[in-house]
Ligand binder design. Sequence first.
Ligand code: GLU
Length: 307
Amino acid sequence: MSVVGRLAPSPSGEMHLGNAFAALLAWLSARSQGGQILLRLEDLDLPRCPARFSQGVMEDFCWLGLDWDNDPVYQSQRFRYYEDCLARLDAKALLYPCYCTRRELHAAPTEASAPHAAAPVYPGRCRELTQAQRMELEARGRRPALRLRVPDQVYSLIDGHLGPYAANLAHEVGDFILRRSDGLYAYQLAVVADDAAMEVTEVVRGRDLLSSTPQQLYLQDTLGFPHPRYFHLPLLLAPDGRRLSKREGDLSLLALSKRYKPRELVGVLAHWAGLLDVPAPVSPTDLAAEFSWERVPTEDITVTALP
Ligand code: GLU
């Protein structure tokens, strides 16, 4: 089966080194196997992702030497498809409206919170509401989110880079939101729907998303979609231990492109990725021939200073 990878940036600001690191490795993994790489702009939250950021991300990828196959896919143009996926889940009675506010959820006692769960486990307050209770809440002006019922079942994977990972969905995640009360489609739904529609066979991304993968596997099963292979990457950390983020303006690609040539920056990223012993100018294409997951570290990488 031929490999199809994807670049899936969230264009809510300027691209930073962490995004470039993930994109380079996704690109190398696919291209080193002679595979395709597709581009999807995850601009679901359109007001926060104006077109100029998507444009900027594409310019940054080109500047780095990362190309892609086919036309870019914009999640902001695919709401009808996400609605179709929701309708399919609804037909299986897997969805229910949830009227809980963030404040109510914070006040509610939760079941044992999972060590690696990003959010508290949803306690299921709206799971069994009657139609009358729902109507009463709506009459009071509450707009519901849509949640997906999860089973008391363990979903597991063997990550291609980090190894085995598993979570019990009911105990460690809880029923999760697929459409927010303001109508915004959730990342979990869009990513699963689009990876399937684009026939993506491998997903390479930061390990902060590893804990979302059991949810995504379950959603793939409920929608009848195949499971891609997953490879989660170590994160780039600032010297104080925080994850590099868009807040570090000086590490934005736009700022760095004024100080470095693209091959120099790719060399630094490749060095952090274990692909070069010392940072030396190189292009993504040069690296593809030698790429191997075995060389990539599994521990997070502290970025002290750029050479
Ligand atoms: N858009 C996400 C990000 O930029 C990646 C989502 C994914 O790869 O599943 O972090």
